[in-house]
Design a protein. Structure first.
Lengths: 159, 710
């Protein structure tokens, strides 16, 4: 059946059984391969996307459950000031190694900063510990989230 | 492959060269094979076109360790261009053209990309630069020695003439390729600087393509499940439930696996889940039996790997004897990107897209499985979402080609996390027994270490075996300390047939460091000596003692800590580097330990990129700590029990300690950095737990009662 969803501000029609996970719709039907498959059971966070701005594990999100929610993926992260600040901090602090988890890390971090402009270590741990990084970039991720938060706050003050 | 590392720079290179005759390509293809219209291609690594764009064919896999950036920096240094201006492509699978200088074959492992590339990459850059300078000199009728290159331009200062590389390509490509171009030996401009990683921008916006992301026109997707019982076969399977899923096209049966082919991965996975395959045969082995087997092997004597003095006699004469048995578990790699392989197979040719640490081996596997000659098989290497040794194998490449033989389209074969966990190339169980004869002051006079391990190198890299000994398995197993009598005994103990065991980050160094450094630490304790002072007394002045002194100083060794907090130290040579670590642990109210801070000092010779070195140490620590806390693969009735990250836990952010890395200033040849951090983490943590009043841990992972609740 044909189902219409909104992805990165575009209406997309997909022909799929309704219980197929959003992850595969994004990757294999819409070509948005920035969202990664890691575990399939919401244990690693590599597949994290936003549904109406909130972080969701797309590997356990059935297509039929998306409804009218707006889906945002890593490919659209640079459309928000928070997203751009995070990407810059990730580059400035050389966070990335293999990079396979980083789409999910960035999407999770963006969801955090959207509701908490100056997260503490404990806040970061609480929100980010569902995202596995096997390369061990955790320390740099933590620092980069704080750097991005500082940058966003400074930009707001200046504006 | 790790253990022999310090030897590799000279002797083993010659060994490799002599034992893999013909397969070793360190230098350059013959000049007549190189030129292609419109570009300068002095060798298999470098291509410069008429616009001056430099393309580097990177012979290493990029799996997060930064070899793409490091290798590019080495070329940039000699070619006199900015690293960021160089386009990079991952080399295709070709053991002849892209063989590693130390290993022979095209292998990314053993923390050796920079070690192998130190000469080959710089020579490639220098050869191209030399030709471009000669081309300019010819054009200007001046002495090449009166010209130099800078930022992609050849300059003749006396006349003020300048020419960009692109303008010189047509002349340069007619010149002979210098066989021994002059290399810079000091005054590096690029080497040693924190050049930003070249692969990062694409990894923060979703555009980086990993093997799992490959799309080939007309491609279908296959989800696969191999027999979950060790060595078992596929009995029968009714394809109907899968074919009833929308988008599913086909069910493919292999001898030992079943795959569902569909229009997209979601349908393939749903179809596979709907199947009820019946499996037959296999070995109903359990972990208890594997451990018993290792213990029985521990009672045998094996092959002498190393001997100095007369250890048995010295022990007999010693005042007292200390003994310890260590048992290390089976481990999975659990890289975040599950395995995948995309195959386009016709009667005439086979093209493969896969992230591989051994693309040349993958090519041979694809040739064998497809029945095509090697020349008709192309392997396109891809970015890897974490390797850690898993992708030094090629079992899944063979499987993907066998599936492709039954599918009338290019096919991407994807493994689930469960498949990845249950069909890994595991680090096998390792058992060790150490006996130390002690003098009256508690100092060792003899060291006997019996190592029970599989001989992975006999299969994987025979040049790392000698007289029945797997040189990796016995590396760094005691001889790093100045103990007069020493005997290292290697008992080769293979897993049951069908259980694939291989290389896991840190390889032999990782398994032996936890044993050696645990024993030494306990000896210091028994002697009533400070663990740093005790080690110092057993070390000649040198690089290993240097990292011990540095890390002790950085960590404030000896300074008081709050109650329930303690430090542990460990040191090891390995991969051409020397590493020292101090771990701090804190005991929580429940009696469990949390690792709070790590100090590390590494002497890795000439640092090519300090950021990459720090990243690797930080990552090695996280990888090693996850294994210390939780890592254990078990088998029941021939089936691997663990399946995903809920029952094979890895380190998470809330468990990541604060990490401080010190790089020792050195002009020695570069060592490896990908594995030392993992190798040295476990003993530093276990020694800290002991110092904090915990038990002497001799088997891993930690008992859950010793792990802080998170």
């Amino acid at each position: 059946m044909t189902i219409t969803i909104t992805v990165n501000d575009q209406m997309r029609e997909v022909d799929s059984e309704p219980d197929i996970a959003l992850l595969w719709v994004l990757r294999d039907m819409l070509g948005l391969t920035g969202t990664k498959f890691g575990c399939g059971i919401a244990m690693c966070g590599a597949c994290t996307v936003h549904l109406d701005g909130k972080a969701r594990r797309s590997c356990v999100t059935p297509l039929e459950s998306v409804g009218s929610a707006s889906v945002a993926t890593i490919e659209a992260l640079d459309r928000t000031p928070v997203g751009r600040a995070l990407q810059k901090a990730w580059l400035d602090l050389e966070v990335v190694q293999c990079g396979y988890c980083q789409s999910g890390q960035l999407m999770q971090a963006a969801a955090l900063l959207a509701v908490n402009g100056s997260p503490t270590d404990a806040d970061i741990d609480r929100v980010m510990s569902g995202n596995i990084c096997r390369c061990g970039t955790y320390g740099r991720i933590r620092a980069a989230i704080k750097l991005a938060a500082t940058g966003i706050a400074a930009a707001r003050k200046a504006a | 492959m790790a253990s022999a590392a310090p030897l590799l720079t000279r002797r083993s290179f010659l060994l490799a060269a002599s034992t893999t005759a013909g397969a070793l390509a360190i230098g350059f293809v013959p000049a007549e094979a190189a030129p292609r219209a419109g570009s300068l291609e002095p060798d298999q690594f470098i291509r410069i076109d008429r616009t001056g764009t430099v393309t580097l064919i990177v012979p290493f896999a990029e799996m997060g360790q930064g070899a793409l950036t490091g290798g590019t920096m080495l070329v940039a240094e000699e070619l006199e261009v900015a690293p960021a201006s160089i386009r990079t492509e991952l080399a295709p699978g070709d053991d002849t053209l892209y063989g590693h200088a130390l290993f022979g074959d095209q292998i990314t492992g053993g923390s050796a990309s920079i070690r192998g590339g130190w000469m080959t990459m710089r020579r490639a850059g220098a050869a191209a630069r030399t030709m471009l300078i000669q081309a300019a000199a010819r054009q200007w009728s001046v002495d090449p020695a009166s010209c130099h290159a800078e930022a992609g331009i050849v300059i003749h200062p006396a006349s003020g003439r300048r020419a960009g590389y692109g303008e010189l390509v047509d002349i340069a490509r007619t010149l002979p390729v210098p066989q021994s171009p002059q290399l810079r030996t000091s005054g590096f401009k690029v080497i040693g600087t924190p050049v930003r990683r070249l692969d990062t921008p694409a990894k923060v916006n979703g555009t980086a393509k990993f093997g799992f992301d490959i799309h080939v026109p007309g491609m279908v997707h296959a989800a696969v499940m191999a027999c979950p019982v060790l060595g078992g076969r596929l009995g029968s399977v009714d394809p109907a439930p899968a074919l009833a899923v929308k988008g599913v096209r086909q069910v493919v049966q292999l001898d030992d696996a079943v795959a569902v082919v569909a229009d997209h991965g979601g349908a393939a996975r749903k179809g596979l889940a709907a199947l009820g395959p019946r499996w037959s045969g296999g070995q109903r082995i359990s972990t208890a039996a594997l451990i018993e087997g290792c213990d029985r092997a521990l009672a045998r004597s094996g092959v002498t790997a190393e001997a100095r003095g007369n250890a048995a006699q010295a022990r007999t004469n010693a005042g007292s004897v200390f003994e310890a048995t260590y048992r290390l578990p089976m481990l999975a790699h659990a890289a975040l990107e599950p395995l995948s392989c995309t195959v386009s197979l016709t009667k005439e040719a086979c093209e493969v897209w896969v992230g591989s640490q051994v693309p040349g081996h993958a090519r041979k596997a694809a040739a064998e499985a497809s029945g095509l000659p090697l020349a008709k098989v192309k392997v396109n290497n891809q970015l890897i979402g974490g390797g850690f040794g898993r992708r030094l194998e090629h079992d899944w490449v063979r499987q993907a080609v066998l599936i492709a033989k039954q599918v009338d389209a290019p096919v991407k074969v994807i493994w689930s996390r469960e498949e990845d966990m249950r069909h890994d190339a595991y680090r096998f169980h390792n058992h060790s027994h150490v006996r130390v004869g002690l003098d009256a002051a508690g100092m060792p006079v003899s060291w006997e270490h019996r190592i029970v391990a599989p001989g992975v190198m006999f299969r994987f890299l025979p040049i790392f075996t000698k007289d029945g000994v797997d040189l990796d398995a016995v590396g760094e197993s005691g001889s790093q300390y100045a103990i007069p009598n020493l005997h290292i005994d290697f008992v080769r103990h293979e897993p049951p047939p069908g259980l694939l065991v291989g290389n896991w980050r840190g390889v032999g160094t990782t398994r032996n460091a936890v044993i050696v450094e645990g024993v030494i630490d306990e000896l210091a304790r028994k002697a009533g000596r400070d663990p740093v002072a005790y080690r110092r007394a057993l070390l000649e002045p040198g690089r290993l003692r240097g990292v011990l002194d540095r890390v002790a100083s950085d960590a404030g060794w000896g300074k008081p800590l709050p109650n329930g907090t303690a430090r542990g130290v460990a040191i090891a040579p390995g991969f051409g580097s020397y590493v020292g670590m101090v771990a701090e642990v804190a005991r929580d109210a429940g009696g469990g330990f949390r690792v709070t801070r790590i100090f590390c000092a590494i002497d890795t010779g000439q640092v090519v990129n300090p950021t990459l070195v720090r990243q690797q140490i930080e990552g090695g620590i996280a990888f090693g700590l996850g294994a210390v806390l939780y890592g254990r693969i078990t088998m029941e009735e021939g089936r691997i029990v663990e399946s995903n990250f809920h029952d094979y836990r890895v380190l998470r952010m809330n468990e990541m300690p604060e990490v401080h890395v010190a790089l020792i200033d050195s002009k020695e040849e570069p060592g490896g950095v990908g594995e030392p951090g993992t190798a040295i983490l476990a003993p530093a943590v276990l020694n800290a737990i002991r110092a904090a009043g915990g038990p002497r841990v001799t088997s891993l992972p930690l008992d859950p009662s010793l792990v802080a609740r998170t």
